[in-house]
Structure formats: C-alpha cells, structure tokens
Design a protein around this ligand. Structure first.
Ligand code: FAD
Length: 484
C-alpha cells in the first residue's frame, strides 16, 4: 500500500511511495525519507546498515531517467535540507545546503546583483542534483559546467565519514558528476556571477537547415554569452534541422534605466496566462491533442514559419528568468505527453562530426516513425570531470514519447543511435538517460575513468550502500566485470 508524501513537519520516518522520473515513464515503489539535518542523514545511513538496505539520494527528481530512485529500497529526498548557510554579497560566494533549488538561489542573490553562473533549462533542480550531474546551461561554451563554479563541498559518506573537497583535490572531480553514489553533498559553496541588470539583450533568428544551425551556433558563440538552437525535429529533406536560434548577453552596466527594479524577484515573474486568457496551469491540457507525430509536425512548422516571418532577426530585452527557464513557463508540460510519458536522449558529439551524426539521427528517427517531439542543440566545451559528458562540440537533446507497446522499438532505435555516437567519439549524459547499456558507458568513459570511480566508491562506500536504478543498470555490471 502506498501512502502520500510525508508532511514536512513530521519526523522523517519511512513511507512507501511511488517514485517517478521527471517524464513519468518510470515509476517504482520505494521507502521515502526526508532528513532535515546532517545528523538525521547520518542516522539514516546507520539504520540502513543495520537493515541492510540500499539508499538512493534524490533532489527535486528532475532527472529524465532512473538517476534518483532505487526500486524496493530507500530514497532520501533532500529537499528539506534547504538553508542558505553563508552569503557574501561583496564577493558573490554563497554556501548552501543541498536541497536549495536554483529558484531559491536566484531569488536570494539577485537583489544584490548576482546570478548563478550556470543554470539548467529549469529552475526546479536542487544544488545537490546539480553537483551530482554536473549540469550545464546555454552558456556552456563560456562558463563550463556547474562544477566549475563550486569552490568547496562537504561530503558525508555512507560509512559516516565527513570530507571537505576543493577543486585542487583530485576526488573533487570524481565526486562532482559522480551520480550521487559516492556520498552526500551536505554543503556546497559556489561562486556566482555579477550582473548589473535583471535583463538580457536577446537576438532571435531562423535557420533553414542543420548546417546553418551548427555553423551559426559556432560563429556566434563568441559574440553571445548564451546561445541555444531549437530544431524542428520533424522537418525532412533539405529542411532537416531547420529551426531558430536564441542568443543573449547580459545588459551591460549603465545601460539599464532602472536596474534595481529589474533585479527584484517581483520583476522576474513568468506570465500567468497564455494567449491572453488560458491560465498557465491548464496549458498542458491544451497541448495534449497535439502530442502525436502529426500534431507535433503541425506545431513545429507553425513555429518555424512564425520565426521566419514574424521574428527573424528580432532583438528584445528579456528578464533572466524568462530567457533561462523557458521550460518552466508551462507547469507540468511533461504531462501533455500521452501514453507512458517521455524520455530524453541527449548526445554530445565532437565539432567536426556533429553535422553528419545529427543529420543521421534526425533522419533515422523520422524514418522509423518515432520522431522526437522536442529537439534542442547547444555548443559545448570539454571539461576535467571524471564522468564528464562534455566534448568540444555540440549536444542534441531529443524528447521522445513512450507509447505503450512501442517501448522496445524505442529502446532498440536508441541503441542503434548509440553506436553512431560512439563511432564519432561522442558522449552521453546520465541526467537524461534511461536506456544506455553498460557496454556503451564503458566505451565512452574508458576503463581508467571507471577504475578511478570504483576505487573512490570502494573507499567511501565499501558496502555499496548508495545505489540508484541507473547505477544498478549501467555501473554495477561494469564494476563486477572489472573486478573479475
Ligand atoms: C525541463 C528540464 C530541463 C533541463 N535542462 C537541463 C539543462 O539545460 N542542462 C542540464 O545539464 N540539465 C538539465 N536538466 C536536467 C537536470 O538539471 C538534472 O537532472 C539535475 O540533476 C536535476 O536536479 P534534481 O535536484 O532534480 O536532482 P535529481 O534528479 O533528484 O537527482 C539527480 C542526481 O543527483 C543525486 N543527488 C541529489 N542530491 C544529492 C546530494 N546532496 N549529494 C549527492 N548526490 C545527490 C541523485 O542521487 C541523482 O543521481 C533539465 C531537466 C528538466 C526536467
């Protein structure tokens, strides 16, 4: 029997619950605890040792796959550990507990003229989740990943030891992006970015095909701090990969008439209604009828032609929140997917191979009758983290509906695409993964990286207490293989 979420005021005792991924395509029973302090966390680890159960850490559950759940075992929901521990508005350095969300962070620091240096496409994730996945933003080419702005971490291991990590400690680059199975980040210190205004100067333009899309993202990455491309994933033939680019820079000091007003959280509000009358809470229901191959094709075409005719080379000023968190405009938009929800598949391909591989990926998904319903391209750089997804190249993120009865076909198709990506020297991102095999992970991560990862895991978590379904699916078989 499954009981509802624990009331935050109550003691953090166990309840069985159904735990889901962001796309509602995976749902597993687990006992969920909500510790509020490091002491409660340590108690839970001690109790898990006695009861011999595995533990998965969880932030806001915004990962698209099985990264923040463990079927039949314990899930520690860390959102109650959400205090700001220290803030210096002169230096822009902030120390927070892991359950602080991106939203909580920007609301706290923006009035002082600061903004998180790296944010994902939604403001719901927690700091712990951002560290564990080492998330990236639309400024990855310039700013690198989230972990590149972390200056200090406190970690509690399942064995009950505590460590402080800084970037000059080699374990730092293993822990960040370490998928939450090495220990719990209990406090995170970040360096933020100075901003003179709460607005960005945005430039939007349409591109007729994938070649133009990639060429423009590359050419203009040095002129703009943020750059991202929306791809019409259903367009075929010569128009394959057409879409729209949005690029933006922070408004420079002295160019905003009322900077304080724009730095206020009240200014950074997303619209309440669409088309002048549809409440945003209802919007996903309006989207539902269009969530079919033909519906998406229709909407994508309309969006593309609107971007060519109505907003080609449009420049405008836009609030930081509105630009960065476009996907938060429509609450629960993922519920518009019918059937069994959605999964995402994000591939990272080196610069010189991206055009060929992305063209082939789009062509293949269309040919198989399983086109992506949302596709986004970004320009990336490589980084020094052990389980990195970064490459000097581009990423293509594809959302796929999971239709009942078609799950096997979808997985088979993605496994074929994995080969294409691997052969091109590409990488994958575990925050967006639901289908990767151990062999594919081993091929892109390499044996040396896996050995280093498992060495730290054996030292900090000798009983293998921290596990997620992602870890069980991809990493546990590799660990056994390397140990044999
Ligand atoms: C609409 C949408 C847009 C997105 N856009 C982007 C994007 O642009 N770029 C990008 O990089 N990602 C993006 N993501 C993915 C998202 O940023 C990551 O999945 C992120 O990790 C989610 O954070 P969370 O708090 O929800 O973590 P969860 O999904 O709950 O957990 C993620 C991982 O963190 C671990 N974890 C959680 N807390 C801790 C802790 N305190 N210590 C150690 N490990 C911990 C968990 O075990 C798990 O492995 C997007 C997701 C959505 C839904």
């Amino acid at each position: 029997m499954f009981t509802p979420a624990i009331h935050p005021q109550r003691a953090p005792w166990s309840h069985w619950r159904l735990v889901e991924n962001f796309g509602h395509s995976i749902r597993v029973p687990a006992q969920v605890f909500q510790p509020a302090t490091v002491e409660q966390l340590a108690d839970l680890f001690a109790r898990a040792r006695r009861e011999n159960v595995a533990i998965a850490l969880r932030g806001s559950g915004r990962s698209y796959g099985d990264a923040a759940m463990r079927q039949g075992h314990w899930v520690l929901d860390l959102r109650r550990m959400n205090r700001i521990l220290a803030w210096d508005p002169k230096t822009g350095e902030i120390t927070v507990e892991p359950g602080v969300t991106i939203e909580q962070l920007w609301r706290y620091v923006l009035p002082d003229g600061w903004w998180p240096a790296v944010v994902p496409g939604t403001m719901r994730p927690t700091m712990g989740g951002c560290v564990a996945m080492n998330v990236h933003g639309k400024n990855n080419w310039h700013a690198g990943t989230f972990g590149e702005h972390v200056t200090r971490l406190r970690v509690l291991t399942p064995a009950g030891d505590e460590y402080e990590l800084t970037p000059d400690d080699p374990r730092f680059h293993t822990f960040v992006g370490g998928l939450g199975v090495l220990g719990v980040a209990t406090s995170i210190t970040l360096r933020l970015k100075r901003v003179a205004s709460g607005n960005l100067d945005v430039h939007a333009w349409a591109v007729p095909d994938l070649a133009h899309m990639l060429a423009d993202l590359d050419t203009y990455k040095d002129r703009y701090e943020y750059i991202v491309g929306w791809v019409d994933s259903t367009a075929m033939g010569w128009a394959r990969g057409r879409g729209q680019i949005h690029a933006a820079n922070h408004v420079p000091e002295g160019e905003e008439l009322y900077p304080e007003r724009t730095l206020s959280p009240d200014y950074q509000v997303l619209p309440d209604v669409f088309f002048g009358f549809v409440p945003k809470a209802w919007m996903w229901r309006f989207m539902r009828p269009f969530m079919t191959n033909w519906g998406v094709r229709l909407v994508n075409s309309a969006k593309y032609w609107a971007s060519r005719w109505l907003s080609h080379h449009k420049t405008y000023r836009q609030a930081l929140v509105a630009f960065n968190f476009l996907l938060d405009y429509i609450p629960n938009w993922e519920r518009a997917y019918r059937g069994r929800g959605l999964i995402q598949y994000q591939i990272f391909v080196p610069r010189d191979e991206a055009l060929r591989v992305f063209n082939e990926v789009l062509r293949y998904t269309q040919q198989r009758g399983m086109p992506s319903y949302l596709a986004v391209v970004k320009r990336h750089r490589a980084d020094a983290f052990l389980l990195s997804h970064g490459v000097d190249g581009y990423s293509l993120a594809l959302d796929f509906p999971v239709w009942p009865g078609k799950e096997r076909d979808l997985v088979a198709m993605l496994h074929e695409l994995d080969r294409l990506v691997l052969d091109a020297g590409g990488r994958f991102y575990f925050a967006k993964d639901a289908t990767l095999t151990p062999d594919t992970a081993a091929a892109f991560l390499g044996e040396q990286a896996l050995r280093t990862f498992f060495e730290l895991k054996a030292t900090w978590d000798p009983e293998d207490r921290l596990q997620t379904d992602l870890y069980r699916r991809v990493f546990a078989p590799l660990r056994s293989r390397l140990a044999a």
